[in-house]
Design a binder for this molecule. Structure first.
Ligand code: SF4
Length: 370
């Protein structure tokens, strides 16, 4: 959405109304006669604190475009008794502008379940909204763009898992949470990228089937004696990184600390200083405080983490996830206005998907008390 006109002291700017005529009257986010939202002095005041937080990752010239939408969403969120969850790969105006909870997909779904909100808006992709619905079946769970998919989740179906089980009778199935709920319902247990090795070893089996991420499966196989039967799904964002990319970062920025997500290929992971989940990356930066970092993961993560660590220099490799980028401030607002698209998960799938998640959480509790 582009800013279309500036008024008065430069504070009254309209957001283009064509595809986003906002229908709900709002007090802070004043509407212009043609239905567009205006960057009024009131909006500027209401969003000033947010802008102070993100000013070094969002240019000042862009703020009049984002601010009226942010003010309108935050106002409507209160009216709807809604909470907004934002994944680490969302853009900073969403991540810091409207989200109540920020983080990785499982952490977000758990936060959503703990709230007494009637409505949860998932700013992420569809499998994340499904996880949220599985943990909050009585709440309305919205995904602002229903087409926000995922190459990894799309790589496998529930029928594929049933076939794998028939080919390897008695071998337990471990499913990374980046999968649709009906796939997770077929698995014995879920895992995250942070706990995958621990989950695999918790089963006490010689062999496990690991779905759907082939690269994460190989990473796990390198850390355990358990034999791993792989499924060759990939994340289209992480598979784009090459070992040559890492060498070029090191050549151009001597001393740069390189951190990668385990959805990258084994050849990439061999070149880096640290491998971790999105939360693991943040904890690692917090502990190590490197001067200069490159995060080998989705591009927006660097912007969001840079806000948290203003003294660390971030080199930004720009691999965007096209599915995550389907979520925008205009479609979040529209979703809250219309309470669509709402995510539904069949009751029998909810039971199976919840069981595989709870089994994983029990592994975490057992190791925490060990
Ligand atoms: S970054 Fe990769 S795993 Fe995450 S939603 Fe996008 S395609 Fe899926």
């Amino acid at each position: 959405m582009a800013a279309s006109a500036a008024r008065g002291a430069g504070l009254a700017m309209e957001c283009a109304p064509s595809q986003d005529a906002f229908l709900v009257p709002m007090s802070t986010a004043a509407q212009t006669g043609n239905g567009a939202l205006a960057f009024t002095p009131e909006v500027e005041r209401a969003t000033r604190g947010i802008y102070e937080q993100v000013r070094h990752v969002i240019p000042e010239v862009e703020w009049p475009v984002h601010a009226p939408l942010i003010a309108a969403i935050n106002e409507l969120k209160r009216e709807r008794n809604a909470v907004i969850l934002a994944h680490n790969y969302q853009t900073p105006e969403i991540f810091y502008g409207v989200a109540d909870y920020r983080g990785d997909s499982l952490g977000l779904a758990q936060e959503g379940a703990r709230t007494d909100a009637d409505v949860i808006v998932m700013c992420g992709v569809r499998f994340m909204a499904e996880t949220t619905k599985v943990l909050s079946p009585d709440k309305t769970v919205l995904l602002p763009d229903f087409e926000a998919g995922c190459s990894l989740a799309a790589s496998i179906t529930a029928a594929d898992v049933r076939r794998l089980k028939a080919q390897h009778p008695g071998v337990p199935v471990v499913c990374y949470v980046n999968a649709y709920a009906d796939v997770r319902a077929e698995a014995d247990i879920c895992c995250t990228s942070a706990n995958a090795v621990k989950v695999v070893e918790s089963l006490g089996a010689d062999k496990v089937i690991f779905i759907p991420d082939g690269y994460l499966g190989r990473y796990v196989a390198g850390q355990t004696d358990v034999e791993i039967i792989l499924w060759e799904g990939t994340c289209e964002v992480h598979e784009r990184f090459t070992p040559q990319d890492i060498r070029e970062f090191r050549q151009s920025r001597p001393g740069v600390h390189v951190i990668a997500h385990p959805e990258c290929s084994p050849a990439v992971l061999r070149e880096v200083d640290f491998v971790g989940s999105t939360s693991g990356m943040i904890s690692h930066i917090e502990a190590e405080k490197p001067d200069e970092v490159v995060l080998i993961t989705e591009c927006s993560m660097s912007d969001n983490v840079a806000v948290k660590f203003p003294d660390v220099e971030f080199v930004r490799p720009c691999n965007l996830c096209p599915h995550m980028k389907r979520i925008t401030l205009p479609n979040i607002l529209r979703s809250l206005q219309t309470l669509t698209p709402a995510i539904e998960v069949a009751p029998e799938v909810v039971d199976g998907a919840r069981r595989s998640l709870e089994r994983m959480l029990a592994v975490g509790r057992a190791s925490a008390t060990a």
